[in-house]
Design a protein around this ligand. Sequence first.
Ligand SMILES: [Zn+2]
Length: 472
Amino acid sequence: MPLTVMLGKKPATTFSITPRILATGIGIVLIFSRWAQAQAVPDAHMATDPKIASALKEISAERIRANIEKLVSFGTRLTLSAQDPSSIAAGHGIGAAREWIRSEFERYAKDCRGCLEVKTDAFTEGPADRIPQPIQISNVYATLKGTDPEGAKRIVLVTGHYDSRNGNTFDTKGDAPGANDDASGTAVSLECARVLSKLKFPATIIFLTVAGEEQGLNGSQHFAKMARAQGWDVEAALNNDIVGGNKNPEQDFGVVRVFSEGVPGAADDKQLRQIRSLGGESDSNSRELARYIADVGRAYQTQVKPLLIFRLDRYLRGGDHYSFNQQGFAAVRFTEYREDFNHQHQNIRIENDIEYGDLPKFVNFEYVANVARVNAATLASLASAPAPPSNVRLDTSKLDNDTTIVWEPVPGASGYEVVWRATSSTEWEHAQDVGNVPRATLKVSKDNVIFAVRAVDNEGHRSLPVVPVPER
Ligand SMILES: [Zn+2]
């Protein structure tokens, strides 16, 4: 027979105390009064970690500028461009870019006495629409392994695509500087690696750069499939593509768009039926990740604010996060607020006084650094946090206006929070600390709100929230 702890014995209307949970242990049911309905918890959002805050200051716009200019110096990074030894030696083509990225990761690895493991995921892609003959595609990545043996199995990753293109996806020779698309995203991954490799985290962080994006997301597809096939627990994939903050009068340097899919592309029929019946269209794992990013932005008061866009991607456009979504992983896309299509996928030229081409002079390096800070803070927060609670279920065994949620404890958690929001709200509005327990009952009707549970550690690091599935 579970022990019931009654909290808040005063009438709901006169409540002034914050119910802190005194009891811990398995089998304890917590009953919250109408307090829970009436009041948003002031600290619903995550606390900041001073170690993470000081790491963000290390992110350097100057480094990012140097890295973007270096990537541009290879002339073209078209996936179909040269990768033979003499072109690599001459510093021209995608092979030279690949080798440089690898050497850069290796330099960071040396600086942290081998804390990063640098690897290449190379494969041959057969002919396709934008691939006339079989071609070798190489993803380059550095892994900062988690310090906790169990926790290290959890992976968060950041990626950008280092390939580029001009007006013609088959032009292997012509310049394709790709300063914004996507040397900027590659530079974010590199700079996060340089700065975060100076810290230690219980979970693993992967700093990835992929190729083949412009030919059909080939690199990310290969990597995400490999992750799925090898059973990797990828909790979050942050894709940065076109985060250069192109300098145009309509640009907003104060925000970065964060695109996330609603109904998961990887959902099976049973999951789709459940989404339809319970109103789960805005609670994919990617959407929870997007909300987490918005929360990180507020907690660390990043100069660039995440602007959540509740759709997979821009009209008729795609990106590498989609490859991770297809494998069922939570993944989002970061993109500058307002793109300039004269500076994307264009041959460098001047026509009618308009300058075309994706050149470094249109990139705002401070902006890229600020986007990198949002990424680094998200990676570091997730890699510091406990795993999300597992097997989260909502008790529907009887018709009832209360809500009982149960879950399985996770290692490293010192407590759990139940969060909720109105079904029509975009972000979590309430959070209730329920203590170190595997279940909670709230006097808030499950029919009126959306609930989730997240794990918290001693230092206040929060996991991603998990929306419960109904259980009879
Ligand atoms: Zn791109």
